[in-house]
Design a protein around this ligand. Structure first.
Ligand SMILES: CC(C)(COP(=O)(O)OP(=O)(O)OC[C@H]1O[C@@H](n2cnc3c(N)ncnc32)[C@H](O)[C@@H]1OP(=O)(O)O)[C@@H](O)C(=O)NCCC(=O)NCCS
Length: 173
C-alpha cells in the first residue's frame, strides 16, 4: 500500500533504532495509551511481538526509507471496544517531526481502503483521549463521526483510568 510519499510495509528488525528514536518521545506513546520506549532492545522486542501482527504496518517515509510511524487495525477479538466480529478498531501514531503534514490521514485512509476492499470490513471504530484532539481530527478527515460515547479502556498501559471518545465510520458495501 502506498501513496506518492509513504509506503505501508511490515516492520523489520532493522527498524529498531529508528523506532526507539521516535517512540521514546514522551509526547507520542502516552497519547496512544503506551509508555515511551526505554531502549533499542525494547523497541526490537515490540517489533518482534506487537508489530509482527499482519494487521500492523510501518509507515515508511519514501524519501528516507525510515519508518516514521505505525498504523493498523485490531480485529474485534483484540479491540479495546465492544464491537461486532465483522468490525475492527483502527490505531496509529506518527513521529513528532512529521506531525501536521497530513501523513497520518493518508496512512489511515490506505488501511481503511484495504480493510474495506480486501477484508470486507464496512464498520470501523476508533478512540482517542479528549485532550488529544489531533487524533480525533485524523479520524474525522477519514469520515469517522463522533458517537458521543466516552468509555474506559482498561487494557491500556497508560490512561486506563481516563475515558476515551469513541468514533465510528460506516462505509456502504
Ligand atoms: C495524532 C497523530 C497521529 C496525528 O498525525 P499527523 O500526521 O500529524 O496527522 P494529520 O497531519 O494527518 O492530521 C492532523 C490534524 O489534526 C489537527 N490538529 C493538530 N493539533 C490539533 C489540536 N490541538 N486541536 C485540533 N486539531 C489539531 C491538524 O491541524 C490536522 O487537521 P487539518 O488537516 O484539518 O488541519 C500524531 O499527532 C501522533 O502520533 N500523536 C501521538 C500518538 C497518538 O496520539 N496516536 C493516536 C492515539 S488515539
Amino acid at each position: 500500500m502506498e501513496t506518492d510519499r509513504i509506503i505501508l510495509r511490515p516492520w523489520r528488525d532493522s527498524d529498531a533504532e529508528t523506532l526507539f528514536k521516535y517512540a521514546s518521545d514522551p509526547d507520542v506513546g502516552p497519547r496512544a495509551g503506551w509508555p515511551p520506549h526505554k531502549s533499542v532492545e525494547e523497541s526490537l522486542n515490540i517489533i518482534c511481538t506487537v508489530f509482527s501482527a499482519e494487521t500492523m504496518w510501518a509507515v515508511e517515509w519514501k524519501e528516507t526509507g525510515e519508518a516514521i510511524g505505525c498504523v493498523g487495525y485490531l480485529p474485534a477479538s483484540a479491540s479495546n471496544l465492544k464491537i461486532a466480529d465483522d468490525q475492527c478498531e483502527v490505531g496509529y501514531w506518527i513521529a513528532r517531526p512529521y506531525w501536521g503534514k497530513g501523513i497520518c490521514t493518508e496512512a489511515l485512509q490506505l488501511v481503511i481502503d484495504y480493510c474495506f476492499h480486501e477484508k470486507g470490513f464496512s464498520v470501523f471504530w476508533g478512540d482517542y483521549f479528549p485532550e488529544n484532539p489531533a487524533s480525533g481530527r485524523v479520524m474525522e478527515k477519514c469520515g469517522f463521526v463522533d458517537t458521543g460515547e466516552e468509555v474506559l479502556c482498561p487494557t491500556l498501559e497508560v490512561g486506563a483510568d481516563r475515558p476515551v471518545k469513541v468514533m465510528r465510520l460506516e462505509l456502504r458495501k
